[in-house]
Design a protein around this ligand. Sequence first.
Ligand SMILES: [Zn+2]
Length: 291
Amino acid sequence: MTQCDLSDRRLPGVLVRRVPHADLVPLVFDSPHSGTVYPDGFTPLLSREELLSTADLFVGELFENAPAKGAVLIEALFPRAFVDPNRSLDDLDPSLLATPWPHPLAPSEKSTLGKGLIWRVNAALKPIYGRSLSVEEVEGRIDGYWRPYHRTLDETMDALWARFGSAWHVNCHSMKSRTTAQDAEGPGHARVDIVLSDRDGQTCDRAFLEVAHEALRAEGLSVAINTPFKGAELVRRQGRPAEGRHALQIEFNRRLHLDEATLQKNERHPILHAMVDRLIDRLAAFCREQV
Ligand SMILES: [Zn+2]
């Protein structure tokens, strides 16, 4: 089997793409928020621990066996608080900047909450910066990190689609175990184990979502669909089911593998890792059946 024009890619500090060596299946997992490598010049006010609470720690590691199972894995290495690949380029809070932004601007509710393209506060609502950012440094984050991440995902999906006629993308995240002050229902409510999202049916065929849903329910996990998360920029850009391009977002409750106080893996991490291995197997089998 040819490998299309896919190969491993390492952009230091930016991303890693790992491509299977055999039995390629048109399935891509990406982890945009598990990066912890501080870029040069990134000097937030917050301590490393305070900033890491915004990360989806170890989510890339949960999917580390994807290439051995025939799927591609893309992981961001930079912190999501530095620039968030899961936000659109115009979702920028202009109050972060010292001077007017010279590009299109359409801040969403996420920017209002401090969680836009450039995060203004961490999960505890503490300010990340003690100064305004320059237009040049925000442009540098976009050109040096956001664009290469999206370009790599775009090229991967394009190559798989060209080879197989269809391609499937799973965008992987984790969520705090309880709601926060920024949630509509207020803080402190326990969240379900898993949230699957396809922007209310817009980004993938229902059959793909259902395969994931059934596989996770068979593990004894509680699964919600499109609530409270509907999916954001990465699945929005990749998901065009009418063209055979499918994108599904998955959120894992952090209590399933993380001690949220210490930010270390907990004793349940190996259990979740094995569940994710079985999920990858099931999704890869589905994709093989479709092409
Ligand atoms: Zn995330």
